[in-house]
Design a protein around this ligand. Sequence first.
Ligand SMILES: Cc1cc2nc3c(=O)[nH]c(=O)nc-3n(C[C@H](O)[C@H](O)[C@H](O)COP(=O)(O)OP(=O)(O)OC[C@H]3O[C@@H](n4cnc5c(N)ncnc54)[C@H](O)[C@@H]3O)c2cc1C
Length: 823
Amino acid sequence: MEALFWFLVLVGTPIALAYRRTNLATSTVVIGAVLVAYTLFGDGWLVKLVLWILFAGLALLNAKAFRRDALTRRLLAVYRTMLPSMSKTEQEALEAGNVWWEGELFSGMPDWGKLMSLPAPALTPEEQAFLDGPTEELCRMLDDWEVTHELADMPQRVWEFLKRERFFAMIIPKTYGGLGFSPLACSMVLAKIASRNATASSTIGVPNSLGPAELLLHYGTEEQKQRWLPRLATGEEVPCFALTSPRAGSDATAIVDTGVVCRGTFEGQEVVGIRLNWEKRYITLAPIATVLGLAFKLYDPDHLIGDQDAYGITAALIPTNLPGIEIGRRHFPINIPFQNGPTRGKDVFVPLDAIIGGPKMAGHGWRMLVQQLAVGRGIVLPSNALGGAQAAMYASGAYCRIRRQFGLPIGKFHGVGEALARLTGLAYIMKAASRVTCAALNAGERPAVAAAILKYHNTEMARQVANDAMDVHGGKAIMLGPKNYLARNYESVPIAITVEGANILTRNLIIFGQGAVRCHPFVRAEIEAARDEDRARGLDAFDDLVFRHIGYALSNAARSFVMALTLARFTNVPSSGPARRYYQHVNRYSASFALAADAAMLTLGGELKRRETLSARLGDILSYLYLTSMVLKHYRDQGEPLEDLPLVEWCCRTLLYRTQEQLHGLLRNFPNRAVAALLRIAVFPRGRTYSAPSDELGQQIAELVINPTATRERLADGIYKAPDPENPVGLLQQALELAEQMKPIERKVFEARRAGVILAEDTPGQIAEAEAKGVLTAEEAAAVRAFDDTVMALTGVDDFDPSELGAARRRGEREAAAASAGA
Ligand SMILES: Cc1cc2nc3c(=O)[nH]c(=O)nc-3n(C[C@H](O)[C@H](O)[C@H](O)COP(=O)(O)OP(=O)(O)OC[C@H]3O[C@@H](n4cnc5c(N)ncnc54)[C@H](O)[C@@H]3O)c2cc1C
């Protein structure tokens, strides 16, 4: 018994100290005191001897000079050999933006106060008025079938409206004639438009994202801003930004488009300028652009602007009416016909002040792009994805209520309910992530890793939502035509997946790659210390950092182990409500993640960059923890409504379960098996104990969306749901509300059928018989008949005369016939 007591004291004390992150000096004193007590009152001289030897080592670590010279110097030499090689462009990409909540998750001990003190997102009255006014009106004007099938473009009246209402100028400050909206407002406007029409939201997204306006605002000279921004704001100038070329897609720094500094004539005057040659593709708005933001590599062989031969990637603004520019042809992006196309330039001469920011910004193009993309990718694409998912959720819930098979609304079948629960839960996560991250952006944060997480996960979740929505709709979603409100959204999904950093690359390289350097509390500073040319200063700084880092890693091991053993029941979190356990699990997995990340970096070093699947798993874990936190904060921002709790539980359980499984996958694939075994003890001492959401929880969620509930409305908040005759999503909601009212009437018909009073098989026949036999009054019969007509209209699909399809083929046949008649 006594031996057990001492064992617990001797093992428990260092674990408790590490768990609480007690510093080295205090820990040494406390452990020394425990050892003295054990020496005086405990048994076993050999154990005492070993412990005192270990303690002597610990005590020596407090002697900084000894530690630095005996240990750190060697550690630093090894560390330098492990540093990943990093190009200047990679470094610029890694350094973009700042660190926000992701950094807390990386610490293994998140300070929830930092997240919870963030004000709930709110629009200004002016932004709200824009959402309720011009945005609502725009949605009303957009006819998806007209845009995607009949015109393969938005109609002229829509283009004019967009320019007049300054939809292209949401990010341009009012001083330059723009709307000067916050990130939240941009996000909500885009999500609403995306809930109606993907072509319009893609078109509007580009000028409000990484493009000429954004670059001018941050890097342009005042003269350039005055020249371009007011005309971009009114739509007089239509911008595009051209980076991608046929040989350089994801690896955009490999562009071979060139600008050579030389003398030439511009507007009748001999000036020093740039002769440009380029070939670009996939450029959104290029076919109609009047000003082209161009990324190219700048060379100055005659040293006309400095003493360098080559400056690297540079960004310039090129009016598209200059001689030598080929522009106007269109690509056809997967049936979402926003303006997108190639552009080429042959010996196009522009003056030096075409460079954004002027000649001093020569060679800074890549830094400019990645810095803006670092934040921008968290707004436009995630918001477009969110709007599509919200609309799919809203429509699917109602459809599954009014569509009956086997005598029941299809949403009542558990298989359909499972898909409904998934698409609803994912839509909730997407909304939470968008709203809370935008609130952080509104508050001035610039979280690059969070933006990458949103870009990847919102667009991937949108893919799953689109698939599920298609499945629960069956054939209704497959038959294209004006009545199909889902298929174009489904088709649009790969666009957001591909642009602004294609998703495979974003998951495998960016999220953890950038997170490890930017969010880790020590890694970046250690790298800087290791690269410090003043070796003595570097050693001093490295010594301090590396021992704090070791303490941090030990602490994470202790925290992970203790919280895994206790299922995190005793960790402090800022909630005593029903969501409390999810906060606690985030704490637990944050410690496990920080430990695993450290172990991966320590054992693999620069090799981790090439082990993409390991990096991807670590990125997933960080992402799931980030998204769980967003769900919890969003729930709190909404006042923690009890009815939404099943949804919050589903989201948190799904994300935390995936966290556990990715941790497990990481350990299974961890190259150093001995380290993997130790990690498994610290991370899963009781095995994998966390469960995915239950089937029953899924059914509760299905009920929340196939009925006209407050939860359903809250989740669809912000989408276009006006019940106008052209908007099936709004009409479905009306039908859903009617379905509730029809319940007692339908019940009467059902009972009469069961009693053998009504014999007809089809619904219209049953209604007629019920009226004739007095089961229903005339008003009841009329109401239920009208409801049935509504259901048949909403579940109906389009059909076409053969001559209405295959227009191009027929035109060719006609032209051939005319040609042969002429001959
Ligand atoms: C509709 C649309 C609009 C666009 N608009 C613009 C625009 O306005 N301006 C502009 O400049 N560009 C634009 N683009 C280009 C877009 O940014 C590129 O398509 C994107 O960068 C990917 O390049 P890629 O298509 O050549 O694919 P690739 O680079 O060939 O990549 C193919 C696949 O390989 C993966 N991959 C590549 N390298 C790695 C790696 N190291 N690790 C893991 N996976 C990797 C990618 O993730 C992708 O899945 C647009 C593209 C589309 C489709």
